[in-house]
Unconditional design. Structure first.
Lengths: 260, 221, 226
């Protein structure tokens, strides 16, 4: 499944972004096809989070263009709050609104931002919650949920806006290990259903399983882009090899410890 | 120590009336303080051009000068420049001038407690700025600000005790009068303290209760 | 005419008299703040002590002081002590007594907040690297507690300085009272706008004293927040 066969949904052209003097994104270009799952990996500070945040207008870009369905969304013509209704985003930290229960959290966007009928939105929210196994927790407040449950609700909150693309910014990074799986399973299921996604993650085996294409970023550039089998089996760039090595090195150390 | 009960009975209604006046002035002062403080805190929070530095200057001026001197200036100073204000209006303006900055600081504390990620996730589901303020920022900011707002209410009611300098007949005025006229100092002072306790104690208990409730709600960050 | 009125400040010995008044204000404020700080630390330690009864007594003291307006406390000390207990204090002493009682209670609460907010593992990790109990206090607890309480303590000091303006109402001749006297005299020699300028000047004086102090507290708070 290569992206060229499919219609392009998101197209990023020559993106530049600096914080003060430091350039964090250097000439980044990327096309994402409809239904494609792109996983972005790379060392911390490589610009992968900034890339996602730029797509959602949380960072102002210095130059370049971002097209969603052919419309330049970074030009300022369409207000960001309209654009964001088509782009779902889930963050690393549990970002549910603490003063609202699960259902209110999910309905806020559809009802207030999109102006949809409350009953209709509620039906959709219920079916989405059912799919992630949290329907019976719809009246719970965020403080009563585990980290994994909160992240699943956060995903549902974005999905309920019927976005055209979902952005995931290290959504399992602050989770306890035993809760990582339940969140990743939800994302895998979404991929199976054909949702277009860009995922920033450090979970390498998950990346391998979910990605149509893996992007390796370093120093604000896309260093390598390849199907997951190619990338993980024989990365072309030295930097990608080194980066992947840090993970295998950890693995061998663990093996040795169990032998002792 | 011996208290003259007849004296107390005689003059208790005077204190009650005076407390009524103090509470009335406090009510309006606190109401306007809250409005002024709320607007100022939003101006500061969103760094509205021009208005933000002006608001900042007001807050500093108000917080770093005593209410008594502010009132003397309003009540005795301004008429000399052709601005005549009724004593009660002066009292409400003075209390608002003072309280506005305290309320602004209380709201600011609440606004700053709303984390960046909350704002970003509100934005990422497509809320407009007014919607973000209304549904995400204010409810959280308000809950955090409740203890500080409540403390300000009590603080401002206590500050009304200096209104007697403008010849307003508040409890202090009555006490001073009675001490001057009859030398029944013990009784006059006792009634003064009791009056303020009746005015403030229920509020203070309510505040402690609210504070506990808000803290327990905890939001679970 | 406004521009003629301001001259009242520079006539005769007026500026010197205002400065003398300000000295009385500063003296009362300084003595009260100093005493409050000393007593406040003790009160604060008592408030965070293990003895429930001691904590309860201190709590009662704090709440009692907090719920009564300072002006009422001044009246109680100045008029009440003499009448009821036959202890006659002059107005200045009564003021210092009230401000110290009030300041020590508030300072105590600030100290309590700083001490109890320190995480327990700070003490434990100090002990675990072999420090003695005393060394833990000297190098770990006190430096952190001071950082936590200093901004609040400085803010309390500015509040006390501002509140000293009330002492004129029990007859202390401080800066505001001197201002009043100047205005009374000026109205005799027909300077109609004197009160505007004198009170504006006193407002400025208080601002000039309190503003730098509260900025410093804000600076410390920001610096130590992380």
């Amino acid at each position: 499944m290569s992206s060229s066969e499919k219609q392009t949904l998101l197209s990023i052209a020559r993106l530049h972004k600096s914080f003060d003097e430091v350039e964090v994104l250097h000439d980044v270009s990327l096309d994402v096809g409809k239904g494609e799952v792109v996983v972005v990996i790379g060392p911390s500070g490589c610009g992968k989070s900034t890339l996602l945040r730029s797509i959602n207008g949380l960072e102002t870009i210095n130059s370049g263009a971002i097209f969603l369905n052919g419309e330049d969304i970074a030009s300022g013509v369409t207000p960001w709050n309209k654009v964001r209704q088509k782009i779902g985003m889930v963050f690393q930290s549990y970002d549910l609104f603490p003063h609202m229960n699960v259902m209110e959290n999910i309905l806020l966007g559809p009802v207030k931002a999109q102006g949809r009928d409350r009953k209709e939105a509620r039906r959709q929210a219920e079916s989405l919650l059912e799919r992630v196994g949290l329907l019976e927790r719809q009246d719970a407040f965020p403080r009563q949920l585990s980290g994994g449950q909160k992240q699943r609700v956060a995903i549902v909150r974005s999905l309920c806006m019927n976005p055209e693309i979902m952005l995931f910014d290290e959504v399992t990074a602050s989770l306890d290990p035993e809760m990582v799986r339940e969140v990743l399973d939800v994302m895998l299921e979404l991929a199976r259903q054909g949702m277009t996604m860009i995922i920033v993650t450090h979970e390498m085996s998950f990346a391998r399983a979910v990605a149509d294409r893996v992007l390796f970023m370093d120093g604000g550039r896309i260093v390598e882009a390849a199907p997951p089998e190619d990338f993980f089996n024989c990365p072309r760039s030295e930097r990608a090899r080194k980066f992947l090595n840090t993970f295998t090195f950890e693995a061998t150390r663990k093996e040795r410890r169990t032998v002792e | 120590m011996h208290f003259d009960l007849a004296f107390i009975q005689n003059y208790a209604p005077l204190y009650a009336e005076a407390a009524g006046l103090a509470l009335k002035l406090a009510f309006w002062g606190i109401l306007f303080s809250t409005i002024v403080g709320f607007v100022c805190s939003l101006i500061r929070y969103y760094r509205v051009p021009f208005l933000s530095p002006v608001t900042g200057a007001y807050i500093e001026l108000s917080r770093n000068t005593p209410l008594l001197v502010q009132l003397f200036f309003l009540y005795f100073g301004l008429p000399k420049m052709g601005i005549h204000l009724d004593a009660e209006i002066c009292a409400v303006i003075g209390l608002t001038f003072l309280g506005g900055s305290y309320m602004a600081e209380a709201f600011r504390g609440g606004l700053e407690a709303v984390s960046k990620i909350q704002i970003e996730s509100g934005l990422s589901i497509g809320l407009s700025t007014p919607q973000l303020v209304r549904y995400v920022i204010l409810p959280q900011a308000f809950a955090v600000a409740v203890p500080a707002l409540g403390a300000n209410v009590i603080f401002l009611i206590k500050e009304t005790s200096i209104f007697s300098v403008m010849a307003l007949e508040d409890p202090m005025f009555v006490a001073k009068d009675l001490i001057g006229l009859y030398y029944d100092t013990g009784e006059a002072l006792l009634m003064l303290v009791v009056t303020y306790l009746i005015m403030l104690l229920p509020l203070s208990i309510l505040l402690t209760y609210l504070e506990k409730k808000v803290r327990h709600a905890g939001f679970g960050h | 005419m406004p521009d003629s009125g301001i001259s009242i400040l520079f006539e005769g010995r007026n500026l010197i008299r205002l400065a003398q008044g300000l000295w009385v204000t500063a003296y009362i404020a300084f003595v009260s703040v100093a005493l409050s700080t000393l007593l406040g630390v003790l009160v604060g330690l008592a408030m965070s002590s293990r003895f429930t009864a001691l904590r309860a007594v201190m709590r009662l003291y704090l709440d009692a002081i907090r719920i009564v307006p300072v002006l009422v406390l001044l009246f109680l000390a100045y008029f009440g002590l003499g009448k009821v207990f036959h202890v006659n204090l002059n107005a200045e002493l009564a003021s210092i007594l009230v401000f110290t009682l009030w300041g020590a209670a508030e300072m105590g609460d600030i100290v309590r907040g700083a001490v109890t907010s320190l995480p327990r593992h700070q003490r434990e990790s100090g002990l675990s690297i072999g420090l003695t109990e005393g060394q833990v206090y000297r190098y770990v607890i006190i430096p952190q507690a001071v950082r936590r309480l200093l901004p609040g303590a400085i803010n309390l000091a500015t509040r006390m300085i501002k509140t000293t303006s009330l002492v004129m109402l029990i007859g202390v001749v401080e800066v505001l009272k001197v201002g009043q006297q100047i205005i009374e005299y000026a109205s005799l020699i027909s300077n109609p706008t004197a009160s505007f300028w004198v009170y504006a000047f006193i407002l400025f004086l208080y601002f000039a004293i309190c503003y730098p102090i509260s900025r410093y507290a804000a600076y410390l708070e920001q610096k130590w927040q992380s």
